[in-house]
Structures are given as C-alpha cells and as structure tokens.
Write a protein that binds this ligand. Sequence first.
Ligand code: XMP
Length: 528
Amino acid sequence: KILILDFGSQVTQLIARRVREANVFCEVHPCDVTDDFIRDYAKDGSLKGVILSGSHMSAYEESTDKAPAAVFELGLPVLGICYGMQTMAQQLGGKVEPGQSREFGYAEVRAHGHTALLEGIQDATNAEGHGLLKVWMSHGDKVTQLPAGFKVMASTPACPIAGMADETRKFYAVQFHPEVTHTQQGAAILERFVLKICAAKADWIMGDYIAEAVEKIRAQVGKEEVILGLSGGVDSSVAAALIHRAIGDQLTCVFVDHGLLRLNEGQMVMDMFGRNFGMKIIHVDATDQFMGKLAGVSDPEAKRKIIGKEFVEVFQAESGKLTAAKWLAQGTIYPDVIESAGAKSKKATTIKSHHNVGGLPDTLHLKLLEPLRELFKDEVRKLGVALGLPPEMVYRHPFPGPGLGVRILGEVKKDYADLLRRADAIFIEELRNTIDPATNKNWYDLTSQAFAVFLPVKSVGVMGDGRTYEYVVALRAVQTQDFMTAHWAHLPHELLGKVSNRIINEVRGINRVVYDISGKPPATIEWE
Ligand code: XMP
C-alpha cells in the first residue's frame, strides 16, 4: 500500500484516486500524524512508499506543517507534490523562498537529467531534445536551493527547480500537480512512482475486493442482525447489495419514502431490492407526516432541517421495532470520511458539509457497519455493477437527500410535488432518448445532473380559446467534474423544444417552461 500525507490541499483526494486507478491500494492520513504512527504503519512491510500532498495555504499565509521526520527514515520512496516538495526540501536541508510572482494554472515544464520518475514520459520534445510536460501549477513559494544529494529534475522559466530527485534514496518531488487531469501525463507519472519506483503491487481489483469485503463483514457481524437505511441513492444501494451478499437475511433495510422522491422511485426501489435481490425491506410511506411538518415553511434551510429531522425520527421509530438488530449499516464512502476528518483537523476546507442531512444520531446504540469507507464514488459504482445492480441505477445523476423538497421553491405541497415529478420524468426521458451525433452518447450521460424545478408563480398563457394562469417549471442541466463548479449544458434547441411541448401538453397545471443558463459560481446547481 501507499501512504498519502495530507497537508490540506483541495486535490489530495485526487492523488489517492490516481493511485487506486493504478490498482494500488492507498490511504490518506493528516500530515500531523506522529513518527510512531508512521513507523507502526510501515511495520508489517506492506507500506511501499509515501506521497506528500500540496497544501491549501497561499503564499501569504505561511504553512509551518512538516512531514513527520520518520517518513524520510523508512528507507522507502517518497514523492513530494507542490507544498510536499517544499517541505521535503526544507526538512532535508534545502531552501524555500517566496517567489517573485505566483504561478497558477497551465505551465510547460522541461524535464532534466534522466530520472526514473520522468524518463520517457513527455507531451513534446523541445528544440534541444528535452522532454516537455504540460502541467498545472499552483504555488507562490518555491525551492531555491537543493538539499544535499538532490539534482534538478524539472524546471520552468519562472521556477528553475520545478522538480528534484535524490535517486539513491528514491526521493522525488515536483512543484506541479500530477494528480489533476490538466497535467496530461500526471496519471502516468503517479503510476510510474507507485508501480516502478515503489514496486507496489497492482492488486486492488474489484472482484477480489468483493470476496475480501464479504469475509470482513461476516467476521465483523457474526450471527448478529443489521439494519440499513436505504434511500435509493448509489451509496446506500451498493452498501445494501454488498452486505446482503455477505449475510443475506441478517440484513433488514428500512426505506423511508418522504414523498419527495422522483416519479415511481419508491416502486423501483422495492422492485429492485425486494423482488430481484430478495432482501428484507420495510417500506415506510411517511409522505403525510413530512408534508404536515413542511406546511407553511418556505425557508430552504428550515425545510432541509425539518426533512433531516423527520427522516431520523421515522427511521428511529422503525428501527426501534427491530429489537434484534445490533448493527447500523451506512453507505459512508471515502470522500465523506476525508471530509469529516478534514473538518476536524481543519486541514481541508469543507464546502459541502451542510449537504449531509441524513446523518443518523448515535442514540440508536448500534454498532456502525460502513463497508464502503475505503472507496471513492467511481469505485462504489464499479462495485455496484459487479454486485449485479443495473448500470442505469448505479450511474444515475446525484439526487439531494431532501429530494424535491429543495426543488419546489418556497412552501412544499403534495400537489406541487406531483406536478414536478411528472415534468422531471419527461425531461429525463427525453435526455436519455436523445443521442448527440458528435459523441454518440445520450444527453443524460453527457450531463452530470439534470432536473426540473417547480416555481410557485403563475404566469399567463393561452390555451384554446381561454387564458390560463398556471405554474412555471425551470429545467436545469449542468456539466461538472466535482460539483463545486459547473457549466450549464448546451442542450440542443430541438431537445429543449420537445421537452417544453411535452411538459405543457402532458402536465396540466404548467403552462410555461424555462431553461436555466447560469453557471456555478455564482449560481448553485440547485435552486435552493
Ligand atoms: P449546489 O446546489 O450547492 O449543489 O451547487 C452541489 C451538489 O450538492 C447537491 N445538494 C445536496 N445534496 N442534500 C444533499 O444530499 C442537500 O441539501 C443538497 N443541496 C445540494 C446538489 O444536488 C449537487 O449535486
């Protein structure tokens, strides 16, 4: 395995992801772990190398975080990235100084010497025959003096030491970010580091993972009973399928329908897990209870809180009836783990913490079973497919916990939800059915998230002989990598026209459809 020490960069997760894409197992830990932790971690010989991440600190706030000294005493390869390079330089006797100018974004880096890390990896060759790499840089400070034993491995005009290497000790460092996709050879560089230089085994493979995970779950829960809150979302669905594979009927799922799900979603969940998988599921239709609590409430945060609180109450009431249960299973995935660890250690800046409304309290007095804790979203999806979940479900766009509750602006009413569900289903159906000739993919797969929003305003229309005063639906479709920034999708006009026609003709109560052309930032993806 590979250890990644996190100095708080927003993109540390991507390092882990690239390493796992090379089929090598890795874990991220905060940079301030102790020397004892490091030595202990390496004790059984399975640790093959260490990567030091970048930091979110700007050039103005000087970061004083250091890697535990033990990292450099293990006799294992170490790769420093951005701030990780600077701290490596400083800790090993080199010098780091504030740069005259900061370098952000695209840069061309020239490779020097012949190092095991960069040899043969390049985007182009310059006039003198040196390899050129197109990379993404983001730094203010820079290394100005190499530590003893190091040579220059890469440079840019603004940053003469953009990479350094001590090949005897197998210490490598780069000022640019190989983990982001803008660095075209980044994945190749990280793969070279973990597979060749660290000689880590590429044995992180899904099929083996299932067998291993099943064994682990069996050993953990023994003959005891487990409950799981199934939402129909990817994470809880995959967790359910995996745990069911391990312990069958010892698992009971509780599916709380808050009345704010998409069209036929409740039925689909019951068919899939109940009928196809033969799981024990309790379907709680709590629509009236949720609608009752939401009546008269129009503030978005208040609505989110109510939905979250009711969810916990309904779930608790149901699980209270399952007196034999000793375990609560949750679909916590790796980014959730890093995010909450980051929030605690203040290492990574958390942006989306308010989004986790479904967190269940520890008052249930159950032991926690979280079999997806080590996996990234794309790994969870692959696991889901390997477990037999339909790809359409596993690759569905994300859907917020409060559901249509945040897509009906202002007060939530059942009638509004019914109209919105039908409009949304038409939009999604047309996206799935329309192929983009340039890519030969359908527009659902070409967008990251698409949905309809209900606007509780009435506008005038004319239908037949009379005037109508009916509601408005907005369509939203975005393309994004990480949901932190997003572009509105340039859907073909014919597709938009067809969706609009169908919604107005088929959903009585709506006489106007508009398309949202705002990017994030400054707009958010959801309307509330
Ligand atoms: P925004 O609207 O902040 O959304 O651009 C970014 C991503 O987060 C989802 N989202 C939520 N997910 N509970 C959730 O579970 C929420 O309250 C919530 N609000 C936004 C949104 O759908 C998008 O994927």
